[in-house]
Design a protein around this ligand. Sequence first.
Ligand code: BES
Ligand code: MN
Ligand code: MN
Length: 464
Amino acid sequence: MNYIKDYIEENKNRFIDELIELLKIPSISADPVYKKDVLDCAQAVAESLADSGADNIEVCPTPGHPIVYGEKIIDPNLPTVLVYGHYDVQPADPLELWDSGPFEPVIKKTEIHPEGAIFARGSCDDKGQFYMHVKAFELMMKTDTLPCNIKFMIEGEEEVGSENLSLFVRENKSKLSCDAILISDTGIIANATPSITTGLKGLSYLEVEVTGPNRDLHSGLYGGAVANPINILCEMIASMKDESNYITIPGFYDKVIDLSEQERQEIARAPFSLQEYKDALDLSDIHGEEGYTTMERIGVRPTLDVNGIWGGYIGEGAKTVIPSKAYAKISMRLVPNQSDKEITKLFTDYFNNIAPKSVSVKVTPHHGGEPYISPTNIVAYKAASHAMETTFGKEPVPVKSGGSIPIVALFEKELNVKSILLGFGLDSDAIHSPNEHYGIFNYLKGIETIPYFFLNFTKMFDAN
Ligand code: BES
Ligand code: MN
Ligand code: MN
């Protein structure tokens, strides 16, 4: 179908320029300083939907950042696809590690992206990816080939837990009614190896505080005689895994389903080179739960990691001090059957239990979310798989990811609709890191693939 390729060829420079404009807006949802920028970004998204031909566009206010909605209903008897994405981005720090400004997009060639990649915060996660849908929609409108109804819901709080979107979904079930949800906020194995994400992990994220003495103390006068909360916190964290790297929190694995031989074989079938994996990260060796491969550890085993730890003196030079307090931010990634609320409770009880009497501890839960599994035998998956096969010339591999998009499990629960995770990013695109980028190849390939999804889905839905 050459009209797709032709339209992209004629308009690709504008598609890139428009994305670059969107990337200039620092829509950091976590930091209140950027509240106005997040709103500006929502408005820019709404305008882009309007320019592309959507109707009933709204910038829906929430107690946090707004949700952008738009739709094109061509015939109520045809199926409806809901496109979800997020226009908010992660904070850009550490700024000194960026080669160019995080909100001053530049195109540079890399080894993996010989056609060039756009470097900017949010380029891959998720502005570059949701914007492919806006441009694919424009393409379908302009070429008069939109085969079914489409709804857009682009939120501004994914990177901070989507709490207001959860409420919005519960309160707007009929507005959001649809037959499939399509999301590009994940990745593929490589540009020559397309894949579709079939699993997302759940998440329990919490912060711990350990308090020792009631004030910072001289580390000579008091050292060795009172509990140092940093030392204690490190010991407590270390004791949460045993020598095989199993998590020691009682009950943590109770609901985890054992891997079947068949599942193991399926996971092993996805192309993966341990040597390339190590090389890409400058690692001499890998690390993880004994008895599982790297792909199994990433895709199907629950994990526990410290995301940040602080306390005491970290300024220039030395200060001899035993701090009063120590802190850590801890995430646990969860697999099917594990509930984030249950795991948060198990962690909290355990943390309180293992704390010695010489300190007091406090656990504060942050956001959470349930895991998600996308079956490969449903119409929407097949439509996506065939679409990728058409545009990549290769059948995509189903892969379970270690990442989380908590709203996806909520979509299933509240709307009773499965989501298809048709992402086009690469692990090397450095999402959440300095120098995040998104390949021009990937951006244009996404715009090309999405119309095929719509065609396939409408056809297969009808036949179903
Ligand atoms: N898009 C990512 C999740 C992702 C990336 C899944 C790549 C699979 C492959 C999303 O924006 C994200 O960063 N999610 C957070 C959780 C959220 C609650 C902050 C995550 O996974 O840490
Ligand atoms: Mn994302
Ligand atoms: Mn993210």
